[in-house]
Write a protein of this length. Structure first.
Length: 280
């Protein structure tokens, strides 16, 4: 199947060859200009991205066989998550909605009167780095809240790109807005319980890591003493050397212990983000 879309970023896609061909709009052209070397950029700003590994291998081999006066960069780009065009697309999607806003999806497969909120919960460490990410759907039916794993909700409601029509008409979101705190509360309760179990496991691992560091530090001090004992220099010199090296070893291990503790200790409150809402 081949399809084409025209607009600010016109593109065509071929399902059989797993290829998307995109005419880069102005903002993407500027991004590629500063992130990609000259030989990678197309003079007509048209890019073909392919997820078929065999076709990619063939394109790379063909480029290798090119003569010195021919284009030596593959005609196809590998379609994967780290490609700059995918970064650009993600930014486009994120900026389509303002702060504290989320899309509302009409899903005919949902039960009449049912409301659903797609939520992401994140547990971070003291350094602000995510340690655990959880996607859940808070479903409200007849005033009762349940949480459903996102893949299970997608399977039940057939919530999939290309299967839902965009009717381009406004919806009364008053009821959704009123129920939003309940959805967040249900997700928070789930994430707090998850955080406690996860933190207990991390605490046990942290204790083992700190014990290993303590043994390693003691081993470093022991090695220092052995080297000093074999040194024939004056005792005063060895005393000064011992103090300096011992202080350095303690400083290095203290800093690393702090880094380990900050990395393996979770924040008590999870971060929760509303990604979307769905109604029938």
């Amino acid at each position: 199947m081949t399809a084409e879309c025209r607009g600010p970023a016109s593109f065509s896609h071929d399902d059989a060859s797993q290829t998307i061909t995109l005419n880069a709009p102005r903002d993407l052209q500027e991004r590629l200009r500063v992130t990609r070397p000259l030989e990678v950029r197309d003079e007509h700003h048209r890019y073909a991205l392919c997820a078929h590994k065999t076709r990619m291998a063939q394109a790379i081999e063909q480029a290798r066989q090119a003569r010195a006066d021919e284009e030596s960069w593959p005609a196809l780009h590998y379609l994967w998550q780290q490609h700059p065009i995918m970064d650009w697309l993600s930014d486009r999607v994120l900026t389509a909605f303002g702060r504290h806003r989320a899309p509302v999806i009409q899903c005919p497969q949902m039960i009449e009167g049912e409301q659903a909120f797609v939520l992401m919960g994140l547990i971070a460490n003291r350094k602000g780095q995510p340690l655990l990410i959880e996607w859940q759907v808070a479903v409200c039916n007849a005033g009762a809240w349940t949480l459903q794993a996102f893949p299970d909700f997608v399977a039940r409601t057939r919530l999939k790109a290309g299967t839902l029509a965009n009717r381009n008409r406004g919806l009364d979101t008053g009821a959704l807005q009123a129920n939003l705190p309940g959805a967040v509360a249900a997700m928070r309760h789930h994430m707090v319980a998850l955080q406690r179990r996860f933190a207990a496991d991390m605490t046990a691992r942290l204790s083992g890591t700190l014990a290993d560091l303590q043994r390693l530090q003691a081993r470093q001090i022991e090695q220092l003493e052995l080297r000093l004992a074999a040194n024939q220099q004056a005792e005063q010199f060895k005393k000064t050397r011992r103090e300096q090296r011992t202080q350095h070893i303690r400083k290095v291990f203290d800093e690393y212990r702090q880094w380990v503790q900050d990395s393996m200790t979770t924040e008590p409150q999870p971060f929760i983000q509303v990604l979307a809402a769905a109604v029938q």
